[in-house]
Design a protein around this ligand. Structure first.
Ligand code: EPU
Length: 434
């Protein structure tokens, strides 16, 4: 089985370029199937979630491919199917956007209930509430969601739960609806703004994305064009935490520093050095002293992102004192804690609250990723730990981080990806020759 082998202890130093946002790119790629004409999207991260989406779009009769590094072209003019089955859809959560996009384009859609990382129950009731408000009949049978509307007509939709997925899906379904749809209590994540900007560039009329009130005035059609995906806020945060965790000195570049504010403030509170530039943040250890404990509560944007919660808890594992991490978005996103404790962390979990008693150091061990961000967190734990850590279940990390170990290696990390049968003791030689 493939694994990542990490020899801990090396401080990360240098500059790292952040890729385009995975969660933005998946929304934009699906939005592009509503366009008759060619869309050229750049700054697309080459991760497995994107490959799966490209496959889905081609299966639906569209044409989508990477035509250069970071550049995807999509022409959905001939796309003729409104049905996406379980085999591919189950692999990624963002395939739920097919519901809104296909419903919006064809007035009907048949899409398998989506998969994605397992953080407990992942309902889609708010998506469905929005589709119904626009006039769609919704049936769920045999694992498929079936949507049909004679005609989509705008309405006001109040979301009972702040949901990224429901906000994007309703936005998509409303692009061609007659009249002006209003989404109230909308999610405000940067990638929602990015999907709205993409749609507007292609001829849609969406106002207010990034606030909790979004207005979508229906248009007749969308046209092709070019668009560039925003930098990945979560990849940036992962590298910022890794820099701090190894007591290094890293410039995380090609980012939008305002998107990082909740993390930058929390790191500064712990005693990490932070310097902001126009499109970069320098993260550095001020001295060799341990950081101080901190309390973190995840919240929808602009709060502390749930997608940085595992990485942050890992950093806090060796901070001085007791930290409390409260997960307010997902009901079960602490599955990785058992793995961190096997590396010497002292963390107890009760419901949505993790209590972290800081320990002086972690020790390397074989561990398994339980989801995408937990995988990244275990790599950070490996970089912090004494000795060698082996991380299994790399398919999760590959879903969302482009060239993760290459970027870490360029910052001085002792890290290598290996097949089964290698001995951990070979690492030093492997990392210097990799
Ligand atoms: N929820 C409902 N009903 C709904 C939809 C959501 O109750 O109809 C609840 C969920 O159960 C959850 C909360 O609302 O408790 C937030 O869910 P949301 O819909 O916002 O999540 P999502 O759209 O499925 C996206 C990201 C996740 C990220 C969350 C929260 C994408 C493709 N995925 O998921 O990213 O954790 O928003 O910010 O954008 C990741 O990148 O690792 C990842 C999991």
């Amino acid at each position: 089985m493939e694994k990542m082998v990490v020899l801990g202890g090396a401080p990360l130093t240098g500059r790292v370029e952040i890729s385009g946002a995975k969660n933005s790119a998946v929304g934009i790629l699906v939005a592009a199937i509503m366009v008759k004409g060619k869309c050229r999207i750049d700054n697309v991260p080459h991760v497995s979630d994107i490959d799966v989406l490209i496959e889905i779009i081609n299966n639906l009769g569209g044409k989508a491919a990477f035509v250069a590094p970071g550049v995807v072209e999509i022409d959905a003019t001939e796309l003729n199917s409104f049905e996406a089955g379980y085999e591919t859809v189950r692999k990624i959560r963002a395939s739920s956007y097919l519901m809104g996009a296909l419903l919006g384009r064809f007035g009907k859609a048949r899409v398998a209930l989506p998969g994605g990382c397992d953080f407990g129950v992942r309902p889609i009731d708010q998506h469905i509430k929005g589709f119904k408000a626009l006039g769609a009949e919704v049936t769920i049978e045999h694992g498929m969601v079936e949507l049909a509307a004679e005609k989509l007509v705008a309405d006001n939709v109040y979301l009972d739960v702040v949901s990224v997925g429901a906000t994007i899906n309703i936005m998509l379904a409303a692009v061609f609806a007659e009249g002006t749809t209003v989404i109230d209590s909308a999610a405000k994540e940067p990638h929602i703004v990015d999907v709205a900007n993409f749609l507007n560039c292609m001829g849609a009329n969406i106002r207010g994305a990034g606030t909790d009130l979004i207005r979508i005035k229906g248009v007749e059609e969308l046209h092709g064009g070019s668009f560039s995906v925003i930098p990945d806020q979560i990849e940036a945060g992962t590298f910022m935490i890794a820099a701090a965790a190894t007591h290094g000195d890293v410039i995380v570049s090609n980012i939008i520093p305002e998107h990082m504010e909740s993390l930058s403030a929390k790191l500064a509170e712990m005693g990490v050095g932070i310097e902001e530039y126009d499109e970069a943040i320098r993260v550095y250890a001020k001295d060799g002293e341990p950081y101080v404990a901190a309390n973190v509560k995840t919240q929808p944007h602009p709060g502390f992102p749930t997608d940085l919660q595992p990485q942050m808890a890992t950093l806090l594992a060796t901070a001085k004192g007791t930290s409390i991490v409260t997960e307010n978005v997902w009901d079960n996103r602490f599955k990785y804690i058992g793995e961190l404790n096997r590396m010497g962390a002292n963390i107890s979990v009760e419901g949505r609250i993790a209590t972290i008693e800081g320990t002086p150091y972690l020790t390397g061990a074989p561990v398994s990723a339980t989801d995408l961000r937990a995988g990244a967190a275990l790599v950070i734990a490996g970089l912090m730990a004494h000795g060698v850590t082996e991380i299994y279940n790399l398919k999760y990390i590959d879903r969302g981080y482009e060239g993760f170990e290459d970027k870490l290696r360029s910052l001085g990390a002792q890290i290598a990806r290996r097949g089964s049968g290698r001995r951990a003791e070979d690492l030093e030689e492997e990392t210097t020759t990799a």
